[in-house]
Design a protein around this ligand. Sequence first.
Ligand code: UD1
Length: 376
Amino acid sequence: MTERSPALQILAVYGTRPEAIKMAPVVAALKRRPEAFAVRVCATGQHREMLDQAQELLGLRPDLDLRLMRHDQTLNGLASAAVAAMDEVLAAESPDWLLVQGDTTTAMAASLAAFHRRVRVGHIEAGLRTGDLGHPFPEEANRRVIDLLAACLFAPTERARQALLAEGCAAERVHVVGNTVIDALRTISEGLAGPPPERPEVLITVHRRESFGAPLRGIFAALRQLAEAFPAFDWLYPVHPNPNVRGPAHEILGGLPNLQLHEPFDYRELVRRLMRCRFVLTDSGGLQEEAPTFGKPVLVLRETTERPEGIAAGVARLVGTGREAIVAEASRLLASEEAWQDMARAVNPYGDGRAGERIAAILGGEPWTPFAPPHP
Ligand code: UD1
């Protein structure tokens, strides 16, 4: 029998692009301390092309790749395949800790498999809540399940910690570390600032499952109206490969000279576009967290958000999915310098770039200082 090293055995798992981006700083912080941690990395491959891109850029090399993506996969198909595959991985690896990030089906299924195997789960980005199981779907349910099962809850903000305490989580399980996406963003954005674009740009991302169908068509109708009403602006939309998004996007938004439907940008290109855009229209959680670093106003194309810190700080607004509201709010930012200035402040309530090292310190049982946001 081979002897087990005295270092803590940590298995980090992720399946989609945003999880890889947000897990990378934690893996990097743990790998800087080989005497304390033996880290193995597992990609479920819930996403394929988008995950490969992100891993390459962030230097993440999975030790295991479960290759689970199927075209038009159902949630139950994906979840059951992920539980079964993770069960085998956990049996073979028997780690001390399984680390998951966020609220995807990968994170939820891996946590459940670890719970059944009595492996401790550490949840990065714990405690985000909208209070509505239908928005975002299925993520709100996923994150609640993970938080229930996890032994260690890495909350990004004080508000997330309060949400966990209100649900009865023991205070010693909960740690406020900041969001790891800010660590990743700092690394990636170094040296990226270029000259401003010739024409001002607006960055768009839309992909949420609960918006499929009528809400998505409402959003796209608004975007079409805005691009036609403001021809001096370039409207950039990297379209998510999900066929439920791609189909209507091309149908409703195709053929406009100043609205470009792109393949998904790799993360570096996304950050570059974010740094030079005028503002952002998005339903993505990650962009709500990233944009304030560069002082870019965010209009959130959702009915609820689990990230109200940006709204409280005045750098984001919850606009919904209705055509008229989107057109009105975006027009205001485009037409009034004052309205834009009011939101264009570089104040980030989500993190300070040190979340990865805090998580490593907590897992190693060392002293650390919680994340506290800057005063606006
Ligand atoms: C998933 C997550 C969502 C996260 C999003 C980030 C779940 C249920 N949803 O949503 O929380 O915000 O990722 O992107 O976990 N596809 C490809 N290539 C890819 C990726 C996806 O072709 O690289 C297509 C496939 O047809 C796939 C479909 O997109 O079936 C949907 O992928 P899936 O992971 O089920 O959901 P997302 O909408 O990407």
